[in-house]
Design a protein around this ligand. Structure first.
Ligand code: PGA
Length: 251
């Protein structure tokens, strides 16, 4: 399976920064096209920077872009929200849903995440559905139980195969510099694969990303772990050098 290296820019930077970052990524890819052939590369800027990124990567169809969230609804009276059809209209191909920061700060439930993922699929894009336990839950030995419940509740019903991506992001590893050990990642990703077999058709085709302080230094070990089909990268995706060093580690 081709690995997916996805950058989650979160709520960072100005329009000028976004333009500079994507230009830097493109410059580096122009001298190293092999990376783009061997793995899928995706950037998820803030909503307002999507048109600038779209403009910059015109002519680079293999470099994908997407959004960090979308509404659970089609359209209408949802002040401040952005619908999946608007994102499709802006040529997005992936949308992150259920990131732990949204589950935590916007109180997003599994049910809402499943509705958002269904909106993404309905609009011919691929949802990246995030799951992951907190430090307390891991210490109490509940990591698998929590992740199983999030998967069961956040993945919409699929009657036939549709591309979805699952991102396992232990909450305690996000932005903290702490990374889950390769053994823990291998165990959880294997567990997620087994759970997916109960939940979706063709579970073996679902890419399972690891996210949480992935850096060039640990990417090689994490990305060569069984059932790790890519990475969801926050902090390190704000540097073209680091982001592409992670992509190179994937190939
Ligand atoms: P991080 O973020 O790489 O900064 O830990 C990952 C994420 O939240 O997607």
């Amino acid at each position: 399976m081709k690995k997916l290296i996805a950058g989650n820019w979160k709520m960072n930077g100005s329009m000028e920064n976004a333009r500079a970052l994507i230009a830097n990524i493109i410059n580096q890819l122009e001298t190293d096209e092999d990376v783009l052939k061997k793995c899928d590369i995706l950037v998820c800027p803030p909503f307002l920077h999507i048109p600038a990124v779209r403009h910059a990567i015109y002519g680079f169809p293999d470099l994908r872009f997407g959004a960090q969230d979308c509404s659970a609804y089609d359209n209408g009276a949802h002040t401040g929200d952005v619908s999946a059809s608007m994102l499709r209209d802006s040529s997005c191909s992936y949308v992150i849903v259920g990131h732990s920061e949204r589950r935590q700060y916007q109180q997003e439930s599994n049910e809402m995440v499943a509705q958002k993922a269904a909106q993404v699929l309905k609009n011919d894009m691929t949802p990246i559905i995030c799951v992951g336990e907190t430090e307390d839950e891991r210490e109490q030995g509940k990591a698998q139980e929590v992740v199983a419940a999030q998967l069961a509740g956040s993945i919409p019903d699929l009657e036939s195969f549709q591309e979805i991506v699952v991102a396992y992001e232990p909450v305690w590893a996000i932005g903290t510099g702490k990374t889950a050990s390769v053994d823990d990642v291998a165990e959880m990703h294997g567990f997620i694969r087994e759970q997916l077999k109960e939940l979706v058709p063709d579970a073996d085709k679902v890419r399972i990303l690891y996210g949480g302080s992935m850096k060039p230094e640990n990417a090689g070990a994490l990305l060569s772990t069984e059932n790790v089909d890519g990475g969801l990268i926050g902090g390190a995706s704000l540097s073209a050098e680091q982001f592409l060093a992670i992509a190179r580690a994937a190939v």
